[in-house]
Design a protein around this ligand. Structure first.
Ligand code: PLP
Length: 435
């Protein structure tokens, strides 16, 4: 009989076996330590091995781990919904729990469509999205994602394509000057709406800071205000995908707060449980929910493990930990410290083209030549080489696709746990200097 094998991201690739984690460090079975400068996939927001989370997990498991959401609610799920409403401050008061960011996107898309159906506008079904975006790997979420490498094999199954250019000012997709462009990329939303007809559009979805598809791309001030205004004028819901940016990652509880833009629907995941358990959410305003509450009184969505008490209790403990330890503020502070350090480092290397980001979501883009911003050739595989060098040097970095086609740019994300101390930030800067 053939030996069984766990399928790994690179088939047949060599992966160290993890032994344990503590704080911002992970340790493999050979005793090698890794500074988790990526929080895994921008997820381990409070670091590893936090005792009070483990205690909350055990306490809930002793009571009950799973009940089916259409038979019972639980204190854990109710309290978590309350905590999310409190932390996100504005009108985001209705939570629907799922198990991954991709499911959160699927849920948000469906709720947006159902919202209009129940308001008597069943033609409003299309969702507009941007290039250089990632909203998840399931088919609906992938349809929205402007991430060519992840899309290309599945095109026959993908229902729609993004139609709006991203605010990628470092290498403007419209080849305009940032100071005189009038945010033409945001105006493309208007052009798309005119082409498709607002009577056919349910929502527009975007990441406030572009993550995996670009490497922490921060839009210029005024950009999201402009998009939100266009959505309002055209009766289109605005979905903010804060799966990566939510719960303090960028130095605000939600990244949308930077521009005072309140989404109609927000999607959350990753840091929501800090990786201690799978959980994610689509969170809606009352305005979005009202037609369903008055109408069919149900949401067509959900998964078997949605709102399971164990994940909800763990997520609640994580969010309370974030609040009590003022990790949102710390994220902003440590982010500034790291960006300063990385910019100093960039002076040493001609291939570091751009350093950007907010809080502890930091992107580094690599180029052949700083002056021309010429990208490395695709087959140079620079991102993966840097990630591998990092691994050898005991630092975990997260790969990002940069470049509009998802291949002509090379970038990484640096996103350590929000709990990182200044001393460990200094260690990070030493380990990231990989040459
Ligand atoms: N949305 C964003 C912005 C993400 O970064 C990701 C994952 O990287 C997702 C959605 C999908 O989340 P998941 O991998 O948990 O399905």
């Amino acid at each position: 009989m053939e030996q069984s094998s766990l399928i790994k991201p690179v088939l047949g690739g060599a992966y160290p076996t993890i032994s344990h984690g503590q704080g911002v460090f992970l340790y493999d079975k050979n005793g090698k330590d890794y500074l988790d400068a990526s929080s895994g996939a921008v997820t381990a927001n409070i670091g590893h091995g936090v005792q009070e989370i483990i205690e909350a997990m055990v306490k809930q498991a002793k009571q009950v781990s799973f009940v089916y959401r259409s038979q019972f609610t639980s204190d854990a799920a109710e309290k978590l919904a309350g905590k999310i409403a409190e932390l996100t401050k504005g009108g985001l008061t209705y939570s629907f729990f799922v198990n991954s960011g991709s499911e959160a996107t699927e849920t948000a898309l469906k709720i947006a469509i159902q919202h209009w159906q129940e308001k008597g506008k069943p033609k409003k079904q299309k969702i507009i999205s941007r290039w250089m975006s990632y909203h998840g790997i399931t088919m609906g979420a992938l349809s929205m994602s402007g991430h060519p490498i992840r899309r290309e094999r599945f095109t026959p199954l993908l229902e729609s394509y993004p139609s709006v250019s991203p605010p990628y000012c470092y290498r403007c997709p419209l080849q305009l000057d940032q100071h005189t462009c009038g945010m033409a990329c945001a105006s493309e939303l208007e052009a798309s709406i005119r082409r498709i007809g607002s009577e056919n559009i349910a929502a527009f979805i975007a990441e406030p800071v572009i993550g995996a598809a670009g490497g922490a791309i921060v839009p210029p001030d005024g950009y999201f205000q402009k998009l939100k205004k266009i959505c309002e004028e055209n009766d289109i819901l605005f979905i903010a995908d804060e799966v990566m940016t939510g719960f303090g990652r960028t130095g605000k509880m939600l990244a949308s707060e930077y521009w005072d833009v309140e989404p109609d629907i927000v999607t959350l995941g990753k840091g929501m449980s800090g990786g201690y358990t799978p959980i994610a959410a689509a969170v809606m305003t009352k305005n979005v929910m009202e037609p369903m509450m008055k109408g069919s009184k149900s949401i067509i969505g959900g998964h078997t493990l949605s709102a399971n008490p164990l994940s909800c209790a763990v997520s609640l403990a994580v969010l309370e930990y974030v609040e009590r330890n003022e990790l949102v503020e710390k994220s902003a502070d440590r982010g500034n410290y790291l960006i300063r350090g990385l910019k100093k480092l960039a002076g040493k290397y001609s291939f570091i083209g751009d350093i950007r980001g907010k809080g502890l979501l930091i992107g580094v883009e690599f180029v052949l030549d700083k002056a021309t911003k010429d990208p490395f050739p695709k087959d140079a595989d620079v991102t993966n080489q840097i990630i591998e060098l990092g691994m050898r040097n005991g630092i975990l970095l997260y790969p990002a696709a940069a470049g509009l086609d998802g291949v002509t740019g090379a970038a990484i994300i640096i996103s350590p746990p929000l709990t990182i101390s200044e001393e460990d930030c200094a260690e990070l800067l030493m380990r990231v200097d990989i040459t």
